[in-house]
Design a protein around this ligand. Structure first.
Ligand code: GLC
Length: 527
């Protein structure tokens, strides 16, 4: 790509905070908003200029906050609205923008809208959700839920089924009803008016469904349980005819303000066609909208694949802002997936990509997934302890103490046993640590506009193990090289240059010869 990325970014880096696990101040073993406020200096020193806090709204917590019972209030476990206002002030005082989660496609079954909707077929809110008669004593169609099992639950009192793309406690809102769309847009305005800078929009793929609710196509390539998500090609339960239109309408609330951003949670589905076309179509619903790059979550540690995924995503984002991330609260942690040396290299690359670079809390120190036991708090979606999402949601490791400086009482999830080696206090003192490297890279992102706004092209490095990129802006040129092999590799540079920063301190360029250690990465300034 030879043209500049013209997008204007509100921020350049973002830390995703899972509020239950960042810092507990009120002594109940669960993190809270005041805990985040207390750690605002840490975030500022780290060098991120935005945070995204996953849901802290009133909720029965069957999906730990993604089951919202009141969109405009704070759950007591996290604090109150005044605590949130204070958090916002403290963040803004440090030039840190605040994004929060919007969960527009479903509510909790305890939300007053659903309580009303459920109360009878004639209730004016009945049509705010998706209610249908059974089909010969069975569910209305064959749709299955991402949380496991059927997408329909029978309500004996009114004799109909309601639809839920996730847990039965998360009934789907009916976006075909204009009143629903207005109500959710008012939620966005409520938070934007308070000063929130952006929204991460949850699980958008089901915002529009097949109006006739036809069966999903059976996936004959799948040989597991017929009630599992993989057993179907999801050609009717999501991406319906109004998909882009509803997303556009939602993102258009940003037009009422000068400086707001929306980032969609979107996982393209390769069984529904070209994934880059799907990214493109979602990202381009509105100039102030975009979607996270999710392809690193299944990084197969192949340099060419990684390089082309990045380039294809940049092509798909075009003039809209790219949001590069390595994972989130739903995925195994990057260090557990790849091991520390590889994850360090990938984090290095992630922080040198254009637009916004996203870090999941704790990834900056190399936190790993925890082995859970039957007795630990469990994720409502879990099918086995092995794929329980809570493995990647354990308390932030601030120091080496018993509860890692997260809480003074037993935390809601166990602290990783590696807390003595992997923690903020220790890594702050160690120039060789991942934390130190992330801070340096975030500082560079701040100092060098080329890293946010410059072009990015893939280079042919002449070495199949080494991935290379060229970044350019206003006559300045930087090159990035990442070694995907565990052994040292040599690359002959197209131009000579000077090392700005590397994953390891001893990486240097000798004339036009670059020697990269195993899993090493480097940023070079080309003269
Ligand atoms: C998103 C969230 C996830 C949640 C689901 C249902 O994928 O990231 O944590 O369970 O939506 O709201």
């Amino acid at each position: 790509r030879s043209t500049l990325f013209p997008y204007t970014t509100l921020f350049r880096s973002l830390e995703l905070i899972y509020p239950r696990s960042f810092r507990d101040l009120n002594g109940d073993g669960v993190g809270d908003l005041n805990g985040i406020t207390l750690k605002m200096d840490y975030l500022s020193d780290l060098g991120v200029d935005a945070i995204w806090i996953s849901p802290f709204f009133t909720s029965p917590m069957t999906d730990l906050g993604y089951d919202v019972a009141d969109y405009q209030n704070v759950d007591p476990v996290f604090g109150g609205l005044d605590d949130f206002r204070m958090l916002l002030d403290e963040a803004h005082a440090r030039d840190i923008k605040v994004m929060i989660d919007l969960v527009p496609c479903h509510t909790s079954d305890q939300h007053p809208w659903f309580v009303e909707s459920r109360s009878g077929r004639d209730n004016p809110k009945r049509d705010w959700y998706v209610w249908r008669d059974g089909n010969d004593g069975h569910e209305p169609n064959n749709w299955v839920s991402l949380a496991g099992g059927k997408s329909w639950t029978f309500d004996a009192d009114s004799g109909q089924y309601y639809l839920h793309s996730f847990l039965p406690t998360q009934p789907d809102l009916n976006w075909d009803n204009p009143e629903v769309r207005l109500a959710i847009k008012d939620v966005v305005r409520f938070w934007f008016d308070m000063g929130v800078d952006g929204m991460r929009v949850d699980a958008i793929w089901g915002i529009s469904k097949d109006p006739e609710l036809r069966d999903d196509t059976v996936n004959y390539d799948f040989h597991g349980d017929s009630n599992s998500y993989g057993a179907y090609i999801h050609d009717h339960c999501k991406h319906g005819p109004h998909f882009q239109e509803y997303l556009h309408e939602l993102a258009s609330v940003c037009d009422e303000y000068d400086d707001k951003q929306m980032v969609f949670e979107f996982y393209p589905d390769e069984r529904l066609g070209d994934i880059w076309r799907q990214y493109h179509d979602v990202i381009h619903v509105h100039p102030k909208a975009t979607a996270f790059f999710m392809e690193h979550r299944q990084n197969d540690w192949h340099g060419e694949h990684t390089g082309w995924n990045i380039m294809n995503y940049l092509e798909a984002t075009g003039e809209n802002t790219p949001f590069f991330c390595l994972g989130n609260h739903d995925q195994p942690r990057v260090t557990s997936r790849l091991g520390l040396p590889r994850s360090r290299a990938l984090q290095f690359l992630n922080l040198l990509c254009p637009g916004v670079s996203v870090m999941y809390y704790g990834d900056e120190i190399g936190m790993e997934d925890v082995d859970l036991t039957q007795h630990d708090a469990q994720d409502g979606f879990h099918h086995s302890l092995q794929d329980d999402r809570n493995r990647a949601r354990t308390p932030m490791q601030w120091n080496s103490s018993r509860y890692a400086g997260f809480a003074n009482v037993l935390p809601w999830l166990p602290v990783h046993p590696n807390r003595k080696q992997v923690n903020v206090a220790k890594e702050t003192k160690d120039p060789g640590s991942l934390l130190w490297l992330c801070r340096k890279l975030l500082e560079l992102r701040h100092e060098l506009p080329i890293l946010r706004h410059g072009t990015m092209e893939k280079l042919d490095t002449g070495n199949g193990f080494v991935l290379g990129f060229r970044r350019q802006l206003d006559g300045q040129q930087l090159q990035i090289y990442i070694n995907f092999a565990d052994s040292a590799q040599t690359v002959w540079l197209p131009e000579t240059g000077r090392v700005i920063i590397g994953t390891n301190p001893d990486i240097h360029v000798d004339g036009d010869v670059l020697q990269l250690p195993g899993y090493g990465g480097v940023l070079i300034d080309i003269k």
